[in-house]
Ligand binder design. Structure first.
Ligand SMILES: C[S@@+](CC[C@H](N)C(=O)[O-])C[C@H]1O[C@@H](n2cnc3c(N)ncnc32)[C@H](O)[C@@H]1O
Length: 365
């Protein structure tokens, strides 16, 4: 019986969606196993039928190219009866009992689920990291200096008694602790929603894509803009924004001279000058309606690039996203241009996912 498994961290409540996604993705890659999860635990264990498939599983796709997992860790051993007395010694023993997957790891992270119960583990995990790191270095498991080019060791405490030991590979994993990128709320932004767009801009677009999509002096349309958290992010980067919503846009944004407010329906609004560089949309509407609207703007060249949220229903969330995105992708695939499409359930998203679509015209390729 194989003990290898992939541990996927996710937002509590999204275990089923994460499990469905992993089953589909690993099935497509002919990596066989089954998911085990507990509701609201904040993680899913995907058990592999073969130990030999672990490295393949962890490197079959980058976590940033998945939707619901925040991090994917290749677990090669677990401790089910951690005792208070000598936790460092127990981790070292567990490591010594398995075949070393790599000569050295470049770093170690001690983690816990993003749940209320997990919060009670956070302080302990932080304190535990320092003596553990020292002991791992002494025992030859860790490089003398932190090295982000090497695999990273993860010690995941499910509870005070159970911990899983695994690794991530650079280029396939999140560099953030718990797979979470925390952002500071800008005190002059009109709404907390601003963090959703900032998260998407910094975590879903490469630096090159950011420079292309967020040109200072460029034009954007924000559908469902009020009170203006997303518009704020665009204005901050020097873009002119047509903000569409029947509500009110924050005065601070109107005073910048970069924002034009139109009290109009986002489904029938068209750009003032025929086209814009970027379309963003945070309207609370059915995902298939929003995906169709985004497709119309991209196909008709009213917008070059698009960033939007798909609000998720309570059930079948993974299936709903896949359905909406399959239709949209097939419309984009029929065009001459190429599109880089990403869909992520970001830390700052709630019951929604964020989609980024960056266009590359044929001339650029
Ligand atoms: C989640 S809020 C947007 C928050 C905004 N992104 C921010 O950062 O401040 C959704 C907004 O969409 C607007 N909305 C919903 N349906 C709309 C439609 N058909 N046309 C225009 N706006 C719409 C609502 O009035 C609401 O202000």
């Amino acid at each position: 019986m194989s003990s290898a498994r992939v541990l996927a961290y996710c937002r509590p409540g999204y275990e089923n969606d994460t499990a469905n996604e992993l089953t589909t993705r690993y099935g497509e890659a002919s990596i066989f196993g089954y998911p085990v999860s507990k509701k609201n635990s904040g993680f899913v264990s995907y058990h592999l039928y073969s130990d030999n498939e672990l490295e393949k599983a962890i490197s079959t796709f980058d976590v940033h190219d998945s939707i619901f997992p925040r991090q994917l860790v290749a677990v090669f051993t677990s401790i089910n009866d951690v005792e208070k007395e000598d936790r460092v010694g127990q981790v070292l023993n567990a490591l010594n009992e398995v075949e070393k997957p790599f000569a050295h790891f470049g770093a170690v992270d001690v983690e816990y689920p993003d749940t209320e119960e997990g919060k009670t583990l956070a302080k302990f995990c932080r304190k535990f990291t320092v003596p553990l790191r020292q002991a791992l270095r002494k025992a030859g498991w860790l490089t003398a200096k932190e090295n982000s080019g090497k695999p990273k060791l993860h010690i995941f405490f499910e509870s005070f008694e159970i911990c899983h030991i695994g690794y991530t590979l650079p280029g396939f994993a999140s560099r953030d602790h718990l797979g979470i990128c925390r952002l500071k709320f800008p005190s002059d932004a009109p709404s907390r929603s601003t963090l959703k767009l900032e998260d998407a801009l910094v975590n879903m677009l490469s630096e090159k894509q950011q420079a292309k999509v967020l040109r200072s002096g460029g034009r954007a349309v924000d559908l469902g803009a009020c009170p203006g958290g997303w518009t704020y992010q665009l204005v901050k980067r020097g873009m002119y924004v047509e903000a569409i919503d029947n509500g009110l846009v924050a005065d601070s944004l109107m005073q910048t001279g970069l924002v034009e407010h139109h009290a109009a329906d986002g489904f029938t609004y068209r750009p003032q000058f025929g086209r814009v560089d970027l379309l963003v949309c945070d309207m609370i509407e059915q995902p298939d309606r929003v995906a169709k609207l985004m497709g119309d703007w991209l196909v008709k060249h009213w917008a070059t690039h698009a960033i939007f949220n798909l609000k998720l229903p309570m059930k079948q969330r993974y299936e709903t996203v896949v359905e909406a995105m399959t239709l949209l992708r097939s419309r984009l695939n029929a065009l001459e241009d190429a599109f880089a499409v990403k869909v992520r359930h970001l830390y700052h998203d709630r019951d929604e996912v964020t989609v980024t679509i960056v266009r590359t015209s044929k001339d650029e390729v």
